[in-house]
Design a protein around this ligand. Structure first.
Ligand code: NI
Length: 265
């Protein structure tokens, strides 16, 4: 680690020391897109045998994604539940949350347990309404934190509220991931209602949006897994979902699912 990065990291720590860990994040805007989940023949041919077999047996791959964490209590409970069920998920984390209390340990646990970790900006910035350099800084600062804690890697971006424009998208050096199914867990705050919504609407290839910030969302996620696994659904990271569909996501491009782009505004 270079001295520059270390100093930067220590400054961030000092800055976060004065901010709260449990301050509620403004909820994401709702968005809903449907996917057909079909795998084109040429992509099928490129899949490994194990994956082909699982798909032939009717396995339907979807990705659970969790935004706005980590939050020690709720994210720990979620990681316990995912481990019990052998499920991998994707976490789009916020820098200010990572720096709170013991949350750094949670981040390391995510990596150790095979989950994908992504960037949700340093302070959950509304990128569309920030200055260009601020937007770039929000993404970069969090990337430095992730790299410092987890090591070199590509930390895909989920822009807060799913919103980014073409100009700012050019500043992003990784793929960007929207979602295809949003049960509005932050609004419902009811595990059964959230799980019912997902179970009713889910389709193969979906990227499901939840927030590990809320106990009800953690409970909903585990209910979703328990109800969908017997129906042939398999839960994988977003990265794995792209791999299964034979798609290499490009930097600066906003995807709703591997087979579908989400236009930037
Ligand atoms: Ni968010």
């Amino acid at each position: 680690m270079s001295i520059k990065i270390l100093v930067y990291y220590l400054l961030l720590l000092a800055c976060v020391f004065f901010t709260g860990c449990d301050e509620k994040i403004e909820p994401d805007l709702t968005a809903y897109l449907e996917t057909d989940g079909e795998i084109p023949a040429e992509i099928w041919a490129g899949l490994d045998e194990g994956t082909q077999e699982a798909i032939a047996e009717g396995t339907k791959y979807v990705a659970l994604t969790f935004d706005d964490g980590p939050r020690y209590e709720t994210t720990s409970a979620l990681l316990d539940g995912l481990a019990e069920r052998g499920v991998q998920a994707t976490f789009f984390v916020i820098g200010t949350q990572i720096m709170c209390g013991e949350n750094k340990e949670i981040l390391l646990r995510m990596k150790e347990e095979g989950h994908q970790v992504g960037n949700h900006t340093f302070s959950h910035a509304r990128l569309l309404s920030t200055q260009l350099n601020t937007a770039e800084e929000e993404i970069r600062k969090n990337d430095v934190i992730l790299t410092t804690i987890l090591g070199e890697g590509e930390y895909w971006l989920r822009p807060p509220y799913g919103l980014i424009d073409n100009v700012r998208a050019k500043l992003v050096k990784t793929p960007m991931i929207h979602w295809t199914l949003d049960p509005e867990d932050w609004k419902l705050l009811d595990a059964k209602k959230v799980a019912d919504c997902v179970v009713e609407h889910v389709e193969e290839g979906d990227i499901i949006l939840l927030h590990d910030f809320y106990p009800s969302s953690v409970e909903a996620a585990l209910q979703i897994i328990d109800r969908l696994q017997p129906e042939g659904y398999s839960f994988v990271t977003v990265e794995e979902l792209f791999r299964i569909q034979g798609i290499t996501p490009q930097p600066g491009v906003l995807y709703a699912a591997p087979d579908r782009l989400r236009p930037t505004c």
